[in-house]
Design a binder for this molecule. Structure first.
Ligand code: UDP
Length: 468
């Protein structure tokens, strides 16, 4: 069990962004929670400190609670590769996909229990009766029974799911269900993901959020943006700005690590960019993005950037290396013109803040952000792009549908229809005025619904329900 330090973050800047009633709701919820929790701690437990949406959320929003005087803490379970192979299998099945096709039986259950017990030893020293623990996704679920026995109020938060459950999803539910006994409440990111047979009055729907003021999302001017991308080796080196950024602790940071880029030649400075940023995961359909782009986006000045974290960085994602190999293989197979316009970028992860600011710059440099996922619990990358006023072309799946109304805040396409995907990208590129109308509406949508204070207010209101 690893405790990730949380730096306090002042919520004052939200006053300039939120509608007054949203700010008031958030401030009141924080005030009530502070009084209610007093000496109690608010734990969040997941399986990786970096990489993926949950780590992104915890790494930013918990700081606001600490600043407000709530003792919010973040723990990451430690586990071996066999455990993460099992939990990735569960993750895929919760999305209705077979994943590696392996079993979910007694052997797997025993392994999960063993890993959980190793983690409990540390946890026993940390938690106290009356504390509240939010467990995120299936990986820490094995902790529920022991935490409950220790007098901790447990909330399980499930960030993944499938709109139309199939036998694979039900198999994962059956495997996980025994661990859930004792949990006081269940959080799902969207209503369609609530499992069959779960008591509805203990369910809360809580869509995730982004932090407008984190390095991932802060405003960057064009010079800083291009300098950051040049320093990261994504754009050609000769640009005027300085690749600097302000770290969370106030010190100046500088982009010094280059991305591992696979391309025929560097991106021309004047190229228009189509960008997808995602972990190397088949459900993000990176090969489909490459093929859809190659076959259906023919404008010669338009380049594709397919970016993801260097695979070794995401501890709980054992398939990343294999998927990256597949993507590189598909890239090799592209016709020469398309290959010249397609760039694979492994964003360096040695420094989380540097990684965030490079992703920020990439998203801001995009003329179109795409998220061609085959399944998506929510899709923070979509929210991030919307906040940055980028036109988005995304799949009509999962939580993306809660963010984008097609034609209003972006474009939604059938993820299996490469021609429709390409046509939507072409249409956005062909009509900059329409694209900027979509992008402005997208920004406002995030401002009203998907920023940290919205998420925190709803999460803290849930605590009140726990105490009755
Ligand atoms: N991300 C990142 N660095 C990378 C690639 C992705 O920080 O190199 C972030 C991305 O910006 C987003 C998160 O990882 O904040 C992915 O969350 P999302 O909900 O889109 O997908 P998940 O990975 O949780 O399935």
């Amino acid at each position: 069990m690893l405790e990730v330090p949380i730096a306090p973050r002042d919520d004052a800047p939200f006053a300039a962004v939120l509608d007054p009633e949203d700010l008031a709701r958030y401030r009141q919820a924080v005030g009530r929670a502070r009084r209610r929790l007093e000496q109690r701690r608010l734990w969040h437990i997941n399986s990786t400190p970096t990489g993926g949406g949950v780590a992104e959320i915890l790494g930013t929003v918990l700081g606001y609670l600490r600043h407000a005087g709530i003792d919010a803490r973040w723990l990451v379970i430690r586990a071996d590769p066999a455990f993460f192979a099992i939990t990735k299998r569960i993750h895929n099945r919760l999305h209705g996909e077979p994943g590696d096709g392996g079993a979910l039986g007694d052997f797997e259950r025993e392994h999960v229990v063993r890993v959980t017990e190793d983690n409990l030893a540390r946890l026993r020293d940390l938690v106290r009766p009356g504390d509240v623990a939010f467990l995120h996704d299936p990986q820490p679920l094995g902790l529920v029974p022991a935490l409950t026995r220790m007098g901790v109020e447990v909330v399980w938060t499930c960030h993944v799911g499938v709109d139309e459950p199939n036998e694979l999803a039900r198999e994962a539910w059956a495997f996980l269900r025994p661990f859930l006994d004792g949990a006081r409440a269940f959080v799902f990111t969207r209503a369609a993901y609530v499992w069959e047979g779960i008591e509805r009055d203990r369910v809360v729907i809580l869509p995730p959020c982004i932090d407008a003021f984190s390095l991932k999302n802060v405003e960057l001017d064009d010079a800083a943006r291009d300098a950051i991308l040049a320093a990261a080796g994504v754009l050609p080196a000769r640009v005027p700005g300085d690749p600097v950024f302000r770290r969370g602790d106030g010190r100046e940071g500088r982009v010094t690590h280059a991305a591992d880029v696979r391309h025929v030649e560097p991106i021309p400075a004047e190229a228009r960019l189509v960008v997808q940023v995602s972990r190397w995961d088949r459900l993000k359909d990176p090969v489909g993005v490459l093929q859809g782009f190659a076959r259906h986006v023919e404008r010669r000045d338009v380049h594709l950037v397919l970016a993801g974290p260097a695979p070794a960085a995401v501890a709980d994602d054992p398939e990343a290396m294999e998927v990256l190999d597949e993507v590189e293989g598909a890239w090799e197979e592209l016709p020469p013109d398309a290959r010249r316009r397609a760039h694979l970028v492994n964003v360096p992860t040695v420094d989380v803040e540097e990684n965030a600011v490079i992703v920020n710059a990439l998203q801001r440099r995009a003329d179109v952000v795409v998220q061609k996922s085959l399944a998506e619990g929510f899709g923070l990358t979509v929210t991030e792009a919307m906040w940055k006023r980028r036109p988005v072309v995304a799949s009509r799946v999962g939580g993306i549908q809660d963010q984008i109304v097609d034609g209003e805040h972006g474009r939604l396409v059938d993820p299996r229809d490469l021609a429709a995907f390409g046509a939507a990208v072409e249409a956005v590129l062909a009509d900059p005025d329409a694209a900027s109308t979509l992008a402005d509406a997208a920004h406002d949508r995030v401002r009203r619904s998907f920023l940290a204070p919205h998420y925190l207010a709803r999460g803290l209101e849930l605590l009140e329900r726990l105490d009755g």
